[in-house]
Design a protein around this ligand. Structure first.
Ligand code: PDD
Length: 323
């Protein structure tokens, strides 16, 4: 890295964020300790990629789906959505513009938008308080996608019993169960912990998990036991495009252990091959053909979404975020 790149990277440690109506440096953003997000983990969040397009406009990827999931998450916990889709898009654009203007985010850098909504600030009592304004926080930071090496070699994972609650479909900020699983991976020098509940595959600490056997791609069905990643529907569609059969079904731990391929997916990782699980090679111990096909299709989907923006295609043109 050059000195200039380092300087830019340092600045990005203090990006401009949105908090309750104001744009402020992250280091100056404050929430009261009685915020229910702090006291109870009473809130939800969203994480969506905003890809750089050379000199062209930044393209949020699947933002419509991310905003729909955000609306579902607040709905499921009885918080009124603070903004409609247009309002959220405008807000994200403002934060992106502020960070590009102050040099925290280069135009050629991929970014990630983190949105958090909590129930707000109230006297500590468990049940929902009346007449409270939700706390709204939006942060845009550079996104470092997995490197070529990780894709070429695949990543090592460990496994553990899924001990989380049974509302994993809500993208809740109450992430202690996930945090403990991520820490378990870190302590075991692994990329991710793949979880099983009652002997059946659920998901990673912050990713969905896919299994390939005999050329067929499978994932646990949508249910309250997993977070339906925005990549879930995307990969379903991409597998169809690639002529790969897809099955949403319960997958036993035994099946995972004899899989030809295991793949993890998330907004920040896209798709990544898992080549070792609990010290044992997955399939032949190297990334497989289904991963290769899905990764290529994923990259094509990014290009397509960016082109739609440039061509001003109806609907997709709303995926355009400029500085
Ligand atoms: N996590 N399952 C869990 C538990 C997750 O936390 C995530 C994403 C996913 C994949 O969802 P998506 O494809 O929409 O990213 C599945 C984000 C990236 C996070 O917590 O940072």
């Amino acid at each position: 890295m050059t000195a200039v790149a380092n300087a830019v990277a340092d600045v990005s440690l203090d990006p401009i964020v949105y908090l309750n109506g104001e744009l402020v440096p992250l280091s100056e953003a404050r929430v009261p300790v009685l915020d229910r997000g702090f006291i109870f983990g009473d809130g939800i969040y969203e994480v969506a990629p905003l890809y750089a397009n050379g000199a062209g406009p930044r393209t949020p990827f699947r933002l419509q789906q991310h905003l729909a999931r955000l609306a579902r998450s607040v709905g499921k916990i009885g918080i009124a959505n603070p903004f409609d889709d247009t309002g959220w898009r405008e807000l994200i654009s403002r934060v992106v513009a502020a960070n590009e203007a102050d040099g925290s985010l280069r135009v050629d850098q991929d970014a990630i938008v983190y949105i958090q909504v909590t129930r707000g600030v109230a006297k500590r009592a468990h049940a929902f308080p009346a007449g409270v304004q939700p706390t709204v926080f939006v942060m845009v930071t550079p996104l470092q996608l997995p490197g070529e090496m990780q894709r070429a070699q695949g990543v090592r994972c460990v496994s553990a019993e899924d001990r989380r609650w049974l509302n994993c479909d809500i993208k809740s900020v109450s992430l202690l169960g996930n945090v403990l699983m991520a820490q378990y991976a870190a302590e075991n020098d692994a990329f991710e912990t793949i979880q099983f509940r009652d002997g059946m595959l659920t998901e990673g600490s912050s990713s969905n998990v896919w299994v390939v056997k005999g050329g067929v791609l499978s994932a646990p069905p949508r249910s309250r036991k997993i977070l339906e990643g925005i990549r879930y529907g995307l990969i379903e569609a991409l597998s169809q495009e690639c002529g790969i059969r897809f099955e949403a079904r319960e997958i036993s731990e035994a099946e995972v252990r004899v899989a030809d391929e295991i793949i993890v997916s998330s907004a920040t990782k896209e798709v990544l091959p898992v080549t070792q699980l609990d010290g044992q090679p997955v399939g032949e111990g190297k990334p497989g053909a289904v991963f290769a096909a899905l990764y290529a299709a994923y990259q094509r989907a990014k290009v397509k979404e960016a082109q739609h923006v440039q061509q001003g295609v109806e609907n997709e043109s709303r995926e355009n975020i400029t500085a």
